[in-house]
Design a protein around this ligand. Structure first.
Ligand code: HEM
Length: 403
């Protein structure tokens, strides 16, 4: 293990939030596992991150863990309580049952059924994007509105309420940052309370009058499951779907366009051939993943990659670094949509593997082909502005001219 904390500490600097790749390189040079301090270990190696995510010895930080390490913290923070009641922080065997309920509406077959609606939203938003003259912000005009429209269709959020969601979901997603700052947590708490209230009302409405949407089908499966999912858990999971699904997909779209703006040959190919989009999107997911990190804790004395890890150690798993591990990917800093065996850890691995990966891929594949077919001369109109985050990393602004 590398005991010098300096490379790992550099992760928490503004420079690393702007561009973590130099820190990842320094970490890889020092080995796959680094001790940050007495409580934390940082893992950057692909094989080691994958192993931790799949191992039952390492668990998500459920409310029990939080109560032991920070008594009273969950009760004080509605956002932490909400995430703690959701699938992403649930432990086996409860986790498997909740996950089964939530995964039904997100199977590849159900997602394929959303294709036509996603295509309609994409075309409408692209028309809106080109309505004015001069540069436009792709983040504001497309990257956020598309996943919001798709996830709100899926959940059954009425159209008139959607405008409110962007700010709420962005604020809430700060709770998923492993090293969250207090001011961000305050925003996340306010958003969690508002969204929990909103979805509690919507659940009540759909219980009385079911529709063809995810809220109605989750109410039915959960009521049919003997009500073993409490009302609070049901609502928390609906809010989580929004938070986990929309900020990340928006980042995939903006991060992907930022890559494309530098690669005219890719632009031509994607505009011409929709079938090129899948491999291309897969490489964006590896190269600039919207979720750069997640965490776990060791439930017993163990080891990672031959390194001793005492019980109670918290483990920061750098998905973004694992995707650039030179032991796993040849020339990892090159963007190469043709790479063989391209299996990044962007959607995680093991029992908590992302439930929305098919949906996110489908949106991105449609979006990039349609965008380039409509605006083949799209070009950068300013320096891209990154979001100031470690874990959920995207763009705050991406100005373009459409040609
Ligand atoms: C590019 C887009 C996305 C990325 C990069 C992403 C990434 C991730 C990652 C890394 C995890 C695992 C976290 C962990 O193990 O600690 C995860 C879990 C999850 N994601 Fe996504 N996600 C994306 C889109 C979506 C969408 C569109 C939805 C919903 C419609 C969604 C719903 C979920 C849920 C419910 C979980 C928790 C699964 C569980 O704990 O069993 N995600 N996601």
């Amino acid at each position: 293990m590398n005991h010098t904390p300096r490379a790992a500490e550099a992760l928490f600097t503004p420079e690393a939030r702007d561009n973590p790749v130099p820190v990842y390189r320094a970490l890889h040079a020092g080995g796959p596992v680094h001790r940050l301090d007495d409580a934390w270990v940082v893992v950057c190696g692909y094989a080691e991150v994958d192993e931790v995510l799949r191992s039952p010895v390492f668990q998500v930080k459920d409310s029990g863990f939080r109560e032991r390490t920070r008594p009273g913290w969950t009760a004080e923070h509605p956002s932490a309580a909400m995430v703690g009641d959701s699938v992403i922080r649930a432990r086996a065997p409860h986790h498997e049952r909740v996950r089964r309920l939530l995964s039904r509406p997100l199977t590849s077959r159900r997602v394929a059924g959303l294709r036509t609606a996603a295509l309609g939203h994409t075309r409408e938003l692209l028309t809106g994007l080109g309505a004015g003259t001069g540069p436009v912000d792709f983040v504001d005009g497309f990257a956020y509105p598309l996943p919001i429209a798709v996830i709100c269709d899926l959940l059954g959020v009425p159209v008139e309420d959607r405008g409110w969601f962007r700010g709420q979901a962005t604020d809430l997603s700060y709770v998923l940052e492993p090293a969250g700052r207090e001011r961000d947590l305050t925003r996340a708490d306010a958003a969690a309370s508002g969204l929990m209230e909103y979805f509690a009302r919507l659940v009540g409405l759909r219980r009385r009058q079911p529709e063809q949407d995810l809220v109605s089908s989750l109410v039915q499966v959960s009521d049919g499951d003997g009500g073993r999912l409490s009302e609070r858990e049901l609502v928390a999971n609906l809010v989580l779907m929004l938070a986990a699904g929309f900020e990340t997909t928006a980042s995939l779209l903006a991060n992907g366009l930022a890559v494309l703006l530098d690669r005219p040959a890719d632009r031509e190919r994607l505009a011409r051939d929709p079938s090129a989009a899948a491999a291309w999107v897969q490489e964006v997911l590896r190269y600039d993943p919207p979720a750069q990190a997640t965490d776990r804790w060791a439930t017993e004395d163990t080891e990672i990659g031959g390194v001793r890890v005492p019980e109670g150690t918290q483990v920061l798993l750098l998905l973004g670094a694992a995707n650039r591990d030179p032991r796993r990917f040849a020339a990892p800093d090159d963007f190469d949509p043709g790479r063989a065996d391209n299996q990044p850890l962007t959607f995680g691995a093991g029992p908590h593997f992302c439930l929305g990966s098919a949906l996110a891929r489908m949106e991105a594949e449609i979006a990039f082909h349609e965008l380039l077919a409509r605006y083949p001369r799209i070009a950068s109109a300013g320096t891209p502005v990154r979001t100031d985050r470690l874990a959920l990393r995207g763009h705050a602004e991406l100005l373009v001219t459409l040609g």
